[in-house]
Design a protein around this ligand. Structure first.
Ligand code: AMP
Ligand code: TRP
Length: 327
């Protein structure tokens, strides 16, 4: 049996190099080996306030980027979460299974809610909806960045709890994280992850940043005072982060990159990293521009939603029966 892969990205803000290296690049690699479902999780996006017309555009932006990085709708099912109502339905059932204490321990909720006067109940129950996304498709493998590990562990716990209480229903999913790159750090502060929502745009590379912006952001990225290009995440977190990025966009090992800069300073290293990023991202950006303007996106997402609905419906029939719901 081919394995089932599921993952999702929120259509909020500009997709960063962190999203790409930690998640999207893995999505592309997996589509040849597995039956993959990749979702645009708009219901998760509304756990924080969103402007409606902007949200609509960002859904199409993200779908275009999915295609531009190499996801192939013939191989993967690409769809929007709110097009498949089973996500909300199973999300509710799992909200009735998850404990308040478990949700309170989620670090993403604590971080996103911190210092805010009003936090939506949806932000709190977010992990139950995420578990529903994954479990609806009987997924075996979920490629994500390191920040989603806690949510994945909760998803597994909920699947096991459901199966124990109501009888065998869900496949227990495994998390898939790349060894280096599951947590790309900010360019201005290597103790923070690179994030869409950081107020400083210089902290991140965005997938659609023009070449000159990419070069400038890399040239301004913080390093350290030691001037040796060496991989040591403890002692040299900023340089190690840049090395990780270099290695992933050039498909060279970190050792190879380190060896190439033996005896050279940070200037050469950063200049080449800027060029390597431009070379890697430019073709993606060109494809993106073509796809975004093609008018094909809506049709593709409708086809994806139809496939997703059919798969989700099979799971929901069993869930309703096992829980004792319905007339
Ligand atoms: P989000 O933007 O929160 O929807 O995240 C989409 C995917 O990108 C998830 O799998 C995240 O774990 C991953 N991701 C987000 N930021 C980073 C980062 N700085 N490094 C690696 N992966 C990331
Ligand atoms: N919570 C994820 C994030 O913020 C997005 C997400 C929602 C997701 N549902 C998912 C990721 C299911 C993987 C599988 O990055």
């Amino acid at each position: 049996m081919t394995s089932r892969v599921f993952s999702g990205i929120q259509p909020t803000g500009q997709i960063t190099l962190g999203n790409y290296l930690g998640a999207l690049k893995q999505f592309v690699a997996l589509q040849d080996q597995a039956d993959a479902f990749y979702c645009i999780v708009d219901m998760h996006a509304i756990t924080m306030p969103q402007d409606p017309s902007q949200l609509k555009e960002r859904i199409k932006d993200l779908a275009s980027l999915y295609l531009a990085v190499g996801l192939d709708p013939q191989k993967s099912t690409l769809f929007v979460q709110s097009d498949v109502s089973a996500h909300s339905e199973l999300g509710w059932i799992l909200q009735c299974l998850v404990h308040m204490g478990e949700l309170s321990r989620m670090t993403q909720f604590k971080e996103k809610g911190e210092g805010k006067e009003a936090v939506s109940a949806g932000l709190f129950t977010y992990p139950a909806l995420m578990a529903a996304d994954i479990l609806l498709y009987q997924s075996h493998l979920v490629p994500v960045g390191e920040d989603q590990k806690q949510h994945l562990e909760l998803t597994r716990d909920l699947a096991i709890r459901f199966n124990t209480r109501f009888g065998d229903t869900f496949t227990i999913p495994d998390i898939m994280m790349i060894k280096q790159g599951a947590r790309i750090m900010s360019l201005d502060d290597p103790s923070k992850k690179m994030s869409k929502s950081n107020p400083n745009p210089g902290s991140r590379i965005e997938m659609l940043d023009p070449p000159d912006v990419i070069r400038k952001k890399i040239s301004r990225a913080v390093t350290d005072s030691d001037r040796v290009v060496r991989f040591d995440p403890e002692e040299k977190p900023a340089v190690s982060n840049l090395l990780t990025i270099f290695s992933l966009v050039t498909d060279k090992s970190i050792e190879e990159v380190v060896a190439a800069y033996d005896g050279k300073g940070y200037g050469d290293f950063k200049k080449d990293l800027g060029e390597a990023l431009v070379a890697h991202l430019s073709p993606i950006q060109n494809r993106y521009a073509e796809i975004r303007n093609s008018g094909e996106i809506e049709r593709l997402l409708q086809l994806g939603a139809e496939k997703a609905r059919a798969t989700a419906a099979t799971t929901m029939d069993i869930v309703r029966q096992h829980v004792g719901l319905g007339s």
